[in-house]
Ligand binder design. Structure first.
Ligand code: THU
Length: 137
């Protein structure tokens, strides 16, 4: 699905709405994510922390899990919303998780104050490792 401006606006809004449900009692840093898939559907996710800290899950991973669980795999764009002063970029693990489903996807970083930055995933993670690297192994 072409990630035009209207779709990206809707994607950011979906991520911001989902963010309200984030479970972040330890960091207090709530994150909402939304992915737009080739089929035109939007899947959301939030960070889900745990008393055993390493068990926590990032919002982007939750959103990718929701998409794959419902049968959607091709991801055209992702929006990530936080309350950070500068819109926060996905962590390294989340970049890798997203890279699997389209290195060229659009990444919209937004904050609750309305600031926004748009990147291409392959620019945030150049020379990444993906499914194609496994061919021939
Ligand atoms: N977090 C995300 O949800 N996505 C990221 O890309 C970076 C960090 C979460 C993990 C943790 O619950 C909180 O933000 C603080 O690191």
């Amino acid at each position: 699905m072409i990630a035009d401006d209207a779709r990206l606006d809707a994607l950011v809004a979906a991520a911001a709405d989902a963010r309200e449900h984030a479970y972040a009692p330890y960091s207090r840093f709530k994150v909402g994510a939304a992915v737009l898939t080739e089929s035109g559907r939007v899947h959301v996710g939030v960070n889900v922390e745990n008393a055993s800290y390493p068990c926590g899950m990032c919002a982007e991973q939750s959103a990718v899990s929701a998409a794959v669980t419902s049968g959607d795999r091709g991801i055209d764009a992702v929006a990530v919303v936080t309350e950070a002063v500068e819109p926060a970029a996905p962590c390294g693990i989340c970049r890798q998780t997203l890279y699997e489903f389209n290195p060229g996807m659009t990444v919209v970083l937004a904050n609750t104050a309305g600031a926004r930055r748009v990147h291409r995933l392959s620019d945030l993670m150049p020379h990444g490792f993906g499914p194609r690297d496994l061919i021939g192994t």
